[in-house]
Design a binder for this molecule. Sequence first.
Ligand SMILES: [Zn+2]
Length: 233
Amino acid sequence: MENELIDFHIHSKFSDGIYAVEDIINFAKSHGFKMIGISDHYDTIKTVSIKKNKLLDYITFLNSLKNEFNLKSAVEIDFSPRTDLENLPFDQLNSLDYILFEYVQDPLWDGYPFWKLIDLLEKINVPIGLAHNNIMRNFKDVDMDEFVDVLETHKIFIEINANDIYTILSEYFFNLSEEFFKLIRNREIPISVGSDMHNKLDDMLKVKIGLTFIRNLNLERNLQLFLELFKND
Ligand SMILES: [Zn+2]
């Protein structure tokens, strides 16, 4: 897997990243990435983001680059009152390869509860995942077995994000949630990896830390399940 770098959480100039998608693809090509996903912020007051009326341009542009590289199109949705969740453009969102949801059930960021995401799934027919979620903190009052059942039923993937922001006292959220990852090891729950790169291309190489975690915890099958979500493309 060392030579099979992948990164499914990357920001470009379409939102608050500083690089053009072409630059990101060139970096990926020259550093041995086999697949990447661009996941710019969708319309949120939190940060620079793709406005609703620009989403189609974004998706069309990403699709036009797919013959250059193994590229997946995505957005990251701020799952909080900062986003107009009532009026999401589902037709367009459903033409993406996947959707990341950040701050799901995260009290520090006013994240909406997990059940609200399940409600939203009635209108979404592409893979969705929880981005950089500190699961053992945000879901500490939840019955873990039930939570895992719901994730499995809805094929919701979990992202392992190796950006330094997602740490507490230098421990990555995924390390802090090791118990959770052991629970999903033999379950049909996909796992993705991401760097949340914004302004330093080298940050994408941090996915190696996430991939090492996956290997050490024997979560390769979960990662495979994630990659298989794209097989019918
Ligand atoms: Zn992000």
